[in-house]
Design a protein around this ligand. Structure first.
Ligand SMILES: Cc1cc2nc3c(=O)[nH]c(=O)nc-3n(C[C@H](O)[C@H](O)[C@H](O)COP(=O)(O)OP(=O)(O)OC[C@H]3O[C@@H](n4cnc5c(N)ncnc54)[C@H](O)[C@@H]3O)c2cc1C
Length: 407
């Protein structure tokens, strides 16, 4: 039976910013349709990018929540907490839950985000933390109260967020990276050295080019980290930021095409009719890059939610945003936007560094087009850079460097 908007059944897996924004969008367009939002977490929508300031005790627990349960009730969005989608049957159009319940759908959204990769070799040791969820933040915060020495492992944004949080709460903090510098696929040597200087100014010990040989425990708790060059670092807690894995494994056998994430077109439609994907769980067709890309940014997930919600009710809106990741870097800021070599290794780049003001820029090009960049420190000219990515104005090679100091 083909249902019209009034009695259509929408099922959304994942109640992060992508899934919840889509639910809101659908509800606005179709006041009487059934909208079910499923999450395996115990919370209604909270702000994942507020977790670092929460950990630094700059904001309260209440400020982390975006929508409470009542918000969903007022909009007749059925929120199923602590419920895991185990399997999707795209033939019968059903989602199978861990409870045994089966949810039929007419339109399905996969907005399941990613999970933090664990640190190999930690076994059952307590006090080794990933940083992905509100529960992680609460557990880390409690352990900080009992700790003096912290070690952070990884060269990603999350490892940096942990480093800043540990240090700002007074722990002796060592930051260990396997690569030669922070964000090794986005920055290069000079940018990496600038981040080191900023972190060291704040009392962080930064160590590069080391693997982890052993994470030693005593009475089930971590006590030391041994690096590949046999240095030993005392640790009352270890923070791990070694990337995420997209939550798409439960789609195996469904016929929905996945690689790193769910493959979609620019309308966020998967290869299977009536199945869509958004946010971190989508590997979408990016018009600016001219190929598929995955993003892990709040803006991207929010805007995906808006676009996919409109398309699920019958719209035809192409995703047309330049995603931006912006966060503090101790007393400074770092901002990455558009495509970077992290997702597109073949990009060419130009860079500029001003030691005196601790300002750094690296811009990424494909042929004659600007596709993205990274900025540390002052952000003057940033809106113009975004505009140049969107308009795809051709930029001659000889003109590239001028963009580095745009005002
Ligand atoms: C600590 C931290 C700091 C960050 N800081 C920044 C920042 O400063 N700037 C920025 O741009 N981005 C930042 N990010 C990234 C940003 O938060 C994410 O890109 C964004 O939240 C992704 O939203 P999403 O809705 O796609 O997925 P998520 O927020 O990951 O939501 C997906 C939800 O689906 C649930 N789920 C997964 N599988 C299932 C299943 N099978 N059944 C039911 N539920 C399931 C998950 O548990 C989760 O609740 C940060 C991320 C973290 C963790």
């Amino acid at each position: 039976m083909v249902r019209n908007g009034a009695d259509r059944r929408y099922v959304i897996i994942g109640n992060g910013i992508a899934g919840t924004t889509a639910a809101e969008q659908i509800r606005k367009a179709e006041p009487h349709a059934s909208v079910i939002l499923i999450t395996n977490e115990p919370y209604s929508l909270y702000n994942r990018i507020a977790l670092p300031p929460f950990l630094k005790q700059k904001i309260s627990r209440q400020k982390v929540t975006i929508h409470n349960i009542a918000w969903h009730e007022e909009r007749s969005i059925e929120l199923m907490l602590e419920t895991t989608a185990m399997r999707v049957d795209t033939q019968s159009k059903e989602v199978h839950l861990h409870t045994g319940r089966v949810l039929p759908y007419d339109r399905l959204l996969i907005a399941t985000g990613g999970r933090a990769n664990p640190m190999p070799g930690c076994g059952e040791l307590k006090n080794v933390f990933n940083f992905q969820t509100l529960d992680d933040a609460l557990a880390i915060s409690a352990q900080i109260e009992r700790s003096q020495n912290a070690v952070v492992i990884g060269g990603s944004y999350i490892s940096y967020e942990l480093t800043e949080a540990f240090r700002s709460r007074g722990l002796n903090t060592t930051w260990l990276m396997r690569g030669p510098y922070f964000l090794r696929r986005v920055l290069e040597e000079e940018g990496g050295a600038l981040v080191d200087r900023i972190a060291e100014k704040h009392g962080v010990q930064v160590v590069h080019g080391v693997g982890i040989k052993e994470i030693r425990g005593r009475n089930g708790e971590v006590c030391e980290v041994v690096t590949s060059d046999d240095r030993v670092f005392p640790a009352d807690m270890v923070g791990v930021g070694v990337g995420i894995t997209r939550n798409v494994d439960f789609l195996a056998g469904s016929g929905i095409e996945t690689s790193q994430a769910v493959k979609t077109d620019e309308f966020l439609r998967s290869n299977v009719p009536d199945v869509y994907a958004a946010g971190d769980a989508a590997e979408y067709y990016d018009r600016y890059v001219g190929g598929h890309t995955v993003m892990g940014t709040w803006d991207n997930a929010t805007n995906h939610g808006k676009v996919v919600g409109q398309n699920m009710v019958g719209g035809s809106v192409a995703y047309d945003e330049v995603p931006t990741y912006s966060t503090t870097l101790f007393h400074s800021r770092i901002m990455a936007f558009g495509a970077t070599p992290e997702s597109n290794p073949e990009l060419e780049s130009v860079l500029w560094l001003d030691e005196a003001t601790e300002s750094y820029r690296r811009l990424f090009f494909h042929g004659e087009h600007l596709l993205g960049g990274v900025i540390i420190g002052q952000r003057k000219g940033f809106p113009r850079l975004i505009e140049l990515i969107q308009t795809r104005d051709p930029i001659a090679r000889s003109e590239r460097e001028k963009l580095l100091t745009l005002q």
